[in-house]
Design a protein around this ligand. Structure first.
Ligand SMILES: Cc1cc2nc3c(=O)[nH]c(=O)nc-3n(C[C@H](O)[C@H](O)[C@H](O)COP(=O)(O)OP(=O)(O)OC[C@H]3O[C@@H](n4cnc5c(N)ncnc54)[C@H](O)[C@@H]3O)c2cc1C
Length: 436
C-alpha cells in the first residue's frame, strides 16, 4: 500500500507548480487578450492568478464570483469537531487584485451571448476566452428529497458547516448521526469517510451511546479502503455502522426520516427510538457539475459533467469556453476523469488551462504532455491523519485522458500525529498557491 515514502509524497505534493513553471511558453511576455473566469474556488482563483502571473500583464483577467469570500471545503470537517474555526479556512480576493491585477466582480454568471458573459445584475463582460469553474450542484430528485432547502449536507463549506457543527454539539447522547454517501464520482472521494471518522471520534468522547450510521451508495469504500476499513472496524469499533450498496429512495430532511433499500430490503430510519433514533441527518446528495455548466450548454443531454479536452480543458461541446475543477470530466462522460474531484487537482488543472490559453494567445499549440497531481490528507481522529496521493499524465493512446502514473500512487501506511501536523503545511501551501 505504502508505495512511496512520506518525504517523496511531500515532494510530489508541490510538484505541479514545478512541472508547469518549467514550460517554455511561460516566460513573462505581454500577450494581449481578455479572459473572464467564473468561480473563485480552487480552480477559478488559481486560473485567474496564473493567467496574470504568467501572462506578463498583457492579459486582462476578470474573476466573477458570487460570494465575497471563498470558504474552503478542504479542512472543513475539522470545524465539526471544533478543531478549527471557519475564519481559518475563509479566503478573500485581495491578493489576486492587489498583487496580480485581477479584476474581481462579485456577481452571479447566468449565461453567455456571443463573446459576452451575462451576469444576474443585467450587465455583461466581454471575453476572448471564458473559463468556468462553478464546482458542483446536487441532484435531490435522485434520492427522493421532499424538501431540498432543508437538506443539511455541509458539502459546500460555509453556513451549513456551522449548522452541522452546532447540531453535533447539541445532539442528545444516545442518538445517531446518519451520513449518506452518493454514488461516485462526487466531490472529494475520501471526504465522506473522513467525516465519518471525525464524527465517530467526537461521539466517543462527547456523546456516550451514540453512533454514526453510514449509508453508502457505492459497493464499498471508494478511497483509502484499507485505512478506512481499519478505522471503522478497529479505531472506531462499535461507533461506526457501515452499510455499503445502499439505495436511498426517500428523504424528509426536516422530519429527519430516510428510507433506503439494502440487499433488496427497504428500511426507514426516523428519530423514533425503535427506528434508528436519528439525531442528525447529514445527506450528501448525488452530484453534478455546477448549474452554470448546464446553463451554458456545456453538459450534453443526459450527462452530469462537462466533457473537456484534457490538454486545454476547452469544452468538448462549446469552443472558446474552458471548464476546470469539479465540474469537468476528461473525457469519459459521467465517469469523471481519471482525476479525482479535489481542490488540489482543480488547482493543477487551472495551471494547465492557463498555460494552454496563454499559448493559444501566442499562436502556439498546447503542451502535448501535461501532468497534474493530487494529494489528500484525511484526519482519522482529532490528532491523527492519513494521506493519499497520485500524479496524472496525459495519455494520448488511452482515450486521450489523464491517467495515474503507477509508481506515483501512494497512501500513508497508518494514520499518525506527524501526518496530522503535515496536513496543515500541505493545506497552507495549497491555500497560498490559490489565493495569496
Ligand atoms: C468535506 C470536504 C473535504 C475536502 N477535502 C479535500 C482535501 O483534503 N483535498 C482536496 O484536494 N480537496 C478536498 N475537497 C474537495 C475540494 O473542496 C473541491 O474539489 C474543490 O473545492 C473544487 O474546486 P472548484 O474550483 O471546482 O469548485 P469550488 O471550490 O466549489 O468553487 C466554485 C466557486 O464557484 C462559485 N460559483 C458557482 N456558480 C457561480 C456562478 N454562476 N456565478 C459566480 N460564481 C459561481 C461558487 O460560489 C464557488 O466559490 C474536500 C471537499 C469537501 C466537501
Amino acid at each position: 500500500m505504502n508505495s512511496i515514502s512520506r518525504r517523496h509524497f511531500l515532494k510530489l505534493a508541490g510538484a505541479t507548480t514545478a512541472l508547469i513553471a518549467a514550460s517554455p511558453t511561460l516566460k513573462a511576455q505581454a500577450l494581449p487578450g481578455r479572459v473572464v473566469v467564473v468561480g473563485g474556488g480552487f480552480g477559478g482563483a488559481t486560473a485567474a492568478k496564473y493567467l496574470r502571473h504568467w501572462g506578463g500583464g498583457g492579459i486582462a483577467v476578470t474573476l466573477v464570483e458570487m460570494n465575497p469570500n471563498h470558504v474552503s471545503c478542504i479542512l472543513s470537517n475539522l470545524v465539526l469537531n471544533n478543531s478549527l474555526s471557519l475564519p481559518k479556512i475563509t479566503f478573500n480576493y485581495e491578493a489576486l487584485k492587489s498583487k496580480y491585477g485581477v479584476t474581481v466582480v462579485q456577481g452571479q454568471a447566468v449565461g453567455v451571448s456571443g463573446k459576452q458573459l451575462l451576469l444576474g445584475s443585467g450587465s455583461s463582460l466581454p471575453f476572448d476566452r471564458l473559463i468556468v469553474a462553478p464546482g458542483i450542484d446536487f441532484d435531490f430528485q435522485a434520492i427522493g428529497v421532499r424538501d431540498p432547502a432543508n437538506v443539511l449536507h455541509a458539502w459546500k463549506a460555509g453556513p451549513q458547516t456551522l449548522q452541522l457543527r452546532d447540531q453535533l454539539r447539541n445532539m442528545t447522547a444516545g442518538n445517531s448521526f446518519v451520513l449518506t454517501i452518493p454514488p461516485a464520482p462526487y466531490r472529494c472521494p475520501p471526504g465522506p469517510y473522513e467525516r465519518a471518522c471525525l464524527v465517530a471520534d467526537y461521539l466517543k468522547k462527547n456523546k456516550p451511546g451514540s453512533k454514526i450510521i453510514v449509508l453508502d451508495a457505492n459497493p464499498g469504500i471508494v478511497a483509502e479502503k484499507e485505512t478506512f476499513t481499519k478505522a471503522f472496524t478497529q479505531t472506531h469499533l462499535g461507533v461506526v455502522e457501515y452499510h455499503p450498496g445502499v439505495v436511498v429512495t426517500a428523504v424528509n430532511a426536516l422530519a429527519k426520516t430516510i428510507t433506503y433499500t439494502e440487499n433488496g430490503l427497504s428500511r426507514t430510519l426516523t428519530p423514533a427510538a425503535n427506528q434508528g433514533k436519528v439525531g442528525i441527518l447529514n445527506v450528501l446528495p448525488p452530484q453534478t457539475a455546477g448549474r452554470l455548466a448546464f446553463n451554458l450548454g456545456l453538459v450534453p443531454a443526459g450527462q452530469k459533467w462537462a466533457p473537456v479536452n484534457a490538454l486545454t480543458y476547452e469544452s468538448a461541446v462549446v469552443p472558446g469556453i474552458h471548464v476546470i475543477g469539479d465540474a469537468q470530466s476528461t473525457p469519459k462522460p459521467n465517469t469523471g476523469s481519471g482525476q479525482p474531484k479535489s481542490g488540489h487537482i482543480a488547482n493543477a488543472e487551472a495551471k494547465v488551462c492557463a498555460d494552454a490559453i496563454l499559448r493559444a494567445f501566442a499562436g502556439e499549440g498546447p503542451d502535448p504532455a501535461p501532468m497534474t497531481n493530487s494529494s489528500c490528507y484525511s484526519p482519522i481522529t482529532a490528532s491523527t491523519a492519513s494521506w493519499l496521493t497520485a500524479t496524472f499524465a496525459y495519455d494520448a493512446s488511452n482515450n486521450a485522458t489523464m491517467v495515474a502514473v503507477p509508481a506515483s500512487a501512494g497512501e500513508a501506511s497508518a494514520p499518525t500525529s506527524d501526518n496530522y501536523e503535515e496536513m496543515f503545511d500541505w493545506a497552507a501551501n495549497l491555500f497560498a498557491d490559490t489565493f495569496a
